[in-house]
Write a protein that binds this ligand. Structure first.
Ligand code: SF4
Length: 431
């Protein structure tokens, strides 16, 4: 982490330092993953352990059109990149991957990315299935489709993060693409759903609603969407109280040059509706495939003043995380490592039937590792092989990667197990 300036810029309060966003949690993977990966990287061994997490993309469709989204290339600009019959993963195949991963030793399943996961009905019952397999689950969602049934099922998750990215309707509409007249309409979603799930009366109504929300530019409809997302969060809070679930519910805010003024409003709203966590961090606007690039002209002093006001709202029921350590002080991408050594900590399985090196390079042919469809166990034929290692070694981090989700872990692996002149710099057998 950027210990020097991070100390001046508070990311979390002292009593919340053992939190999900603290990258030092990577040190708990030292024995199980860091050391074996380092040996494998140096060709001193020919195996690596199973990944810790499955990042599962159940579909490449979304009812929002957020300019900053890392999936906008294939969701909005080139929707034909993913064939229609691969835009949603079938329930049967989702369960096959989960069964395979449970047996392999994967610990957590994040249902999210590459689109809005709740647009695939097959995931609505997945958390309890994953729990029964002995793993933890989580959802990263835009929150607009959460209903009673889904909220109840989500109580089986370890965490749910809802990307609101705004504290007011006006900013919400701008950030999520509803105010952008230049974006293409998204066609045929209803037809894809119908083919996948059949034309029952209930399904037809649901698919029409989703198709409408994709293309609607009417102001009232958009206003309803913001309220719907907030209602979704309220529903999760209510279910948590009713069930006593230990789930962490986060109101998420990706900071862009055109929404940072809303950070404090969003944080206040998160507290008012009873969400436990508010999480803000810069959006990755420097992606190589990012078409609608924005000037990174943040008023950083003002943003940090807003962060402080947000932290002042914290109490025993409300935590604030303003995460900056993966960025430089100007909120620009920073690479504190040279090699793609941390990607084997997770498995990125996409709805197109392929496994990619990481969540930041979904659906990029250059980063395809293997297929998981129709038989997920085929992954074992590639995982940890010379072919896997060579693919990672060829990745030029500075040239090919924007923000790396696992960058801090790559830095820890390199600094602790590869660059260090000492074999055991922390004397780990002596607490
Ligand atoms: S962003 Fe680049 S360095 Fe990071 S895991 Fe992905 S490919 Fe590897």
């Amino acid at each position: 982490m950027r210990d020097d300036w991070q100390q001046k810029r508070q990311e979390w309060s002292a009593k919340s330092k053992y939190n999900s966003f603290n990258s030092y949690k990577g040190l708990t993977y030292l024995e199980s993953h860091y050391n074996p990966i380092a040996k494998w990287w140096k060709k001193e061994s020919d195996t690596i352990p199973a990944p810790i997490e499955l990042s599962l993309d159940p579909g490449h469709l979304c009812n929002f059109k957020c300019q900053h989204c890392n999936a906008q290339r294939y969701l909005v600009h080139n929707p034909n990149e993913v064939p229609e019959d691969r835009k949603l993963m079938s329930e049967e195949h989702l369960r096959k991957i989960i069964d395979f991963c449970a047996e392999w030793g994967v610990r957590g399943v994040c249902i999210g990315g590459g689109g809005e996961p709740l647009m695939n009905k097959a995931v609505w019952n997945l958390p309890s299935y994953i729990k029964n397999k002995g793993m933890q689950s989580s959802f990263a969602t835009n929150g607009s489709l959460i209903n009673e049934k889904i909220a109840e099922e989500m109580m089986n998750c370890r965490w749910v993060g809802v990307s609101v990215d705004a504290g007011t309707k006006e900013v919400f509409n701008r950030v999520h693409g509803f105010a952008d007249e230049n974006l293409e309409k998204i066609e045929n979603v209803k037809e894809i759903f119908e083919k996948m799930y059949g034309k029952t009366e209930e399904n037809i109504k649901l698919f029409e609603k989703i198709q409408q929300s994709l293309n609607e530019k009417d102001e009232n409809q958009n206003n309803n969407l913001f309220e719907k997302v907030i209602d979704g969060l309220k529903l999760l809070v209510k279910k948590k109280k009713e069930t006593g679930s230990k789930i962490d519910i986060a109101y998420k805010f990706l900071i862009r040059p055109d929404n940072w003024q809303d950070i404090y409003n969003a944080c206040k709203l998160a507290k008012e509706i009873g969400v436990r966590d508010f999480h803000a961090r810069p959006a990755d606007l420097q992606r190589k495939d990012f078409k609608n690039a924005m000037e990174l002209n943040y008023n950083l002093d003002e943003i940090h003043r807003l962060f402080i006001r947000c932290h002042d709202l914290e109490d025993e029921n409300f935590r604030v995380f303003t995460i900056m350590h993966k960025y430089d002080p100007e909120f620009k991408i920073m690479h504190t490592f040279c090699n793609c050594v941390s990607s084997p900590l997770m498995l990125q399985a996409c709805s197109d039937g392929n496994v990619y090196v990481c969540a930041d390079h979904r659906l990029e042919p250059r980063f395809k590792l293997c297929s998981h469809f129709p038989d997920p166990s085929e992954i074992l034929k590639i995982w940890g092989t010379d072919q896997h290692r060579e693919l990672l070694k060829l990745i030029k981090v500075d040239k090919e990667c924007g923000r790396c989700t696992y960058g801090e872990y790559a830095r820890q692996i390199e600094e602790m197990t590869m660059d260090s002149k000492e074999e055991d710099p922390m004397c780990i057998d002596f607490p």
